[in-house]
Design a protein around this ligand. Structure first.
Ligand SMILES: NC(=O)C1=CN([C@@H]2O[C@H](COP(=O)(O)OP(=O)(O)OC[C@H]3O[C@@H](n4cnc5c(N)ncnc54)[C@H](OP(=O)(O)O)[C@@H]3O)[C@@H](O)[C@H]2O)C=CC1
Ligand SMILES: CC(=O)N[C@@H](CCC(=O)OP(=O)(O)O)C(=O)O
Length: 330
């Protein structure tokens, strides 16, 4: 029995990670931590999780079990991940603290790194692209929600070296912003509204550029997020100007070669919607080619809290512990 602690279990992503691990046939959810709500049960704070465990204040001597899912905000995660790693615990970190490989870029977007000795040691945990590295990793950096959807949608084109230029239009439900409400995420601001945000630059831009670069597409991207009046769900529409002409058959082959055998990628024709992947680890992808401009328009839908965060963390844990990748997720 492999024991797992979930840190930050009252956050939106942490609560779902705990919910999935509590019912997982292989892992044992040993501890769920929180600060202000310690002493309460998780299912009192988040009834839908149906996890009757008492929330505990983090204590590395108790909570450094076989593995941990750290669901803290970036900045807060790094020092705790360092403590867990020093105790030998294998970690999936949901924050951005170990996703980037260029320290200057991290510091620019997030501020000074709080565990510099571990910087760059996280394996980027997008299993469809980095499965082999995740399997042997002790520290997995779970991707951001927008990068998950954008990279899965674009990877076949990036690997084929045919992205000349790309504009990524992205939309997310409000849970993407976490549990603490702000003026922008308050019901009164978000309801009946669709609005772009972080219009002068979003920190997922360098993350997407980094991972597209790993796939062979090194280029500056345009990325623009929007807030939707939904609780969960995320849709990316990527407008790709190809650097080479591609026939319909070639495009079909590129996407089939990448994803035909992927358990959590659903290739579709026609429009995709976030409701179709709600509360699942699936990413639904479709594309069209505009015959007038030649642009390839790729659609990619995920649940930001699931494939964009918590269920992807469990997919990564499955790989790290040599379990069937879909265990506890279908
Ligand atoms: N929401 C999403 O769609 C996605 C989130 N992520 C990432 O996952 C992580 C968790 O996100 P999410 O669940 O949305 O966030 P939330 O804000 O909902 O939850 C974060 C939790 O972390 C705890 N926390 C906050 N600050 C600190 C701190 N300084 N020290 C210790 N604990 C702290 C809080 O617990 P307490 O209340 O007990 O203090 C809080 O409940 C973040 O890094 C986020 O960027 C990644 C992809 C998608
Ligand atoms: C709607 C909304 O606000 N979404 C969040 C993305 C959440 C996410 O993926 O977070 P990290 O990369 O920080 O882990 C945002 O745009 O900041």
């Amino acid at each position: 029995m492999v024991e797992v602690s979930v840190l930050g279990g009252v956050g939106y992503a942490g609560a779902i990670a705990a919910q999935l691990l509590y019912r997982h046939p292989f892992f044992k959810l040993a501890h769920v931590t929180a600060r202000a709500e310690a002493g309460q049960r998780l299912d009192d704070v988040h009834p839908r999780t149906r996890v009757p465990l008492e929330l505990e204040i983090f204590d590395v001597s108790k909570h450094a079990v076989d593995a941990a899912v750290v669901a803290y905000p970036h900045g807060a995660a790094a020092p705790v991940v360092a403590e867990l790693r020093a105790a030998g615990t294998r970690v999936v970190d949901l924050s951005a603290d170990f996703r980037l490989r260029d320290r200057a870029i991290y510091d620019d977007w997030y501020g000074e790194h709080k565990a510099p000795e571990l910087f760059g040691q996280g394996v980027y945990g997008l299993p469809e692209l980095t499965r082999a590295q995740v399997a042997g990793a002790d520290l997995v950096a779970n991707p951001g929600c927008y990068p998950t959807a954008a990279l899965l949608g674009l990877a076949p084109l990036a690997k084929a070296g045919v992205i000349g230029d790309v504009v990524i239009d992205a939309k997310s439900g409000v849970s993407g912003a976490g549990r603490a409400p702000t003026h922008a995420t308050h019901f009164i601001s978000a309801n009946e509204n669709v609005s772009p945000y972080k219009i002068n630059g979003h920190r997922h831009t360098p993350e997407i550029e980094q991972e597209l670069g790993v796939l062979g597409a090194t280029l500056p991207i345009t990325f623009m997020p929007h807030l939707l009046p939904l609780d969960q769900g995320e849709l990316v529409t990527a407008y790709v100007t190809p650097s080479a002409e591609l026939s319909e058959d070639e495009l079909v082959n590129l996407y089939d070669d990448s994803y035909a055998r992927e358990p959590f990628v659903e290739l579709r024709t026609g429009p995709v919607g976030v409701i179709d992947v709600r509360d699942t680890n699936f990413c639904r992808i479709s594309w069209v080619q505009d015959p007038r401009t030649g642009r390839i328009i790729v659609f990619s839908a995920i649940d930001n809290l699931w494939k964009g965060a918590a269920s992807q963390a469990v997919q990564n844990l499955n790989l790290m512990f040599d379990r069937p990748e879909t265990e506890g997720l279908l």
